[in-house]
Write a protein that binds this ligand. Structure first.
Ligand SMILES: Cc1ncc(COP(=O)(O)O)c(C=O)c1O
Length: 391
């Protein structure tokens, strides 16, 4: 259940008589894409092998060497240059990756530049370390790197710049290659670290992959996750950090939770060590998400002309919508929508400093094309009701 999915379920009065809610609210991967049987077999193979008791013991804070080496190998391919296994720390999901980075790097009052709009989980995680936030707008090409450059030229000195460069949450935007290079240059010139959060990069359903920001500078930390590819319940992710930061990040991880589940790491090694299995698994995902994204976009265009426009992401789980009917906000529409059995997250929930009441995030990931069509019809009814109330 996603953040606002939970909220909708906890507030039954808002649901009226509707028990069949189509949630476009959460950030969950499609359940049918998660390889339950293979994960089960991998765990079974570990617990029935000679490694069984080792897998149930404490292990190193930085993670199992084989898993770190596997992650370093993938990172090297993506960056087009060598990443050492010693730069990898295995974490309990991407969000813990951000947490250990913040724990290692930030002091209260430090300036952190951050996407606006932003994934609230990351904002709240960083808030725990009491930084000052400098919000940088995200547009169709991702983080507005020129706006960041202006603030740097004006004298501001962030220690960390956090961004989801590929299939941004919430907007679905992807940072252009030109901006990636500029961001990397700025990091080197002004000495800050970029935290490049990459939970969605593997979920591309159109176009060619773009090199990560980390391809262009050593001042970049990659935050990775198996949540959207193998399942968020595993709590398995990683960070790749510059060599100079590795000790501090390992210490932060150790004194956070000692280490990520040893059993789960051994199971991952089993699974990822099978010839081409992971790549074949990843290759099945674009078909599912591409079809669902197209279905939601088509349904919105068919049923909500003049009311709602949505963008056209090349991957990820979300479209970003804008209510174009005059006088109607995404929150007004949400009230009416939830009563008719459809939910989404209104844009202001993703604000750092500048809420945009017209915007909303809709996830196409968890519903079939038919259900997405029904969701758009329900939204159209909701819009008619909400606009009627205002007349
Ligand atoms: C941008 C972003 N970062 C991090 C996370 C957290 O992911 P994980 O399950 O890997 O902790 C999410 C989850 O939706 C996300 O959208």
């Amino acid at each position: 259940m996603g953040e606002v999915g939970t909220w909708v379920m906890r507030d039954p009065l808002r649901l009226g008589d509707v028990s069949d809610v189509i949630s476009l609210a959460g950030g969950l991967p499609a359940g049918e894409t998660l390889p339950a049987a293979e994960i089960g077999e991998a765990v079974m193979r570990v617990t029935t092998s000679r490694l069984a008791t080792t897998a149930l013991q404490y292990s190193a804070a930085e993670g199992l060497p084989v898993l770190r080496a596997w992650i370093a190998g993938r990172a090297s391919l993506q960056r087009g240059r060598s990443v050492a296994a010693s730069q990898v720390v295995v974490t309990a999901g991407g969000l813990q990756g951000l947490d250990v980075i913040a724990r290692a790097l930030l002091d209260p009052g430090d300036l952190v530049a951050i996407d606006e709009p932003v994934f609230p989980g990351s904002l709240h995680c960083l808030e725990m370390y009491q930084p000052e936030f400098l919000s940088i707008p995200v547009d169709d090409d991702g983080l507005d790197v020129d706006a960041l450059a202006e603030r740097l030229e004006g004298g501001l000195r962030p220690k960390l710049v956090y961004t989801v460069a590929t299939f941004h949450n919430p907007t679905g935007a992807t940072l252009s290659d030109v901006r990636r290079r500029k961001l990397a240059d700025l990091a080197e010139r002004y000495g800050f670290v970029v935290a490049e959060d990459e939970p969605y990069t593997a979920l591309r359903f159109r176009g060619d992959p773009v090199p990560p920001v980390a391809a262009y500078s050593d001042h970049v930390i990659t935050i990775g996750s198996f949540s959207k590819t193998l399942g968020p319940g595993l709590r398995a992710g990683w960070v790749v950090v510059p060599p100079a930061l590795a000790d501090a990040v390992v210490r932060a991880k150790r004194w956070s939770d000692l280490h990520t589940s040893t059993l789960m790491q051994y199971a991952l090694v089993e699974l990822l060590g099978r010839d081409a299995w992971f790549d074949e698994h990843l290759a099945r995902l674009p078909g599912v998400y591409g079809q669902r994204c197209a279905a939601l976009r088509a349904a919105v265009a068919a049923h909500l002309p003049g009311v709602l426009e949505v963008n056209d992401p090349a991957g990820g789980l979300f479209v970003w919508g804008r209510v174009v009917a005059p006088g109607l906000s995404a929150d007004d529409l949400l009230d009416a929508a939830v009563r008719r059995g459809v939910s989404y997250v209104s844009g202001p929930q993703f604000a750092v400093h500048h809420p945009d009441p017209a915007t909303m995030r809709m996830s196409f990931a968890g519903s079939s094309p038919e259900r997405l069509e029904l969701a758009a019809r329900r939204l159209a009814d909701a819009a008619t009701a909400a606009l009627g109330q205002q007349a």
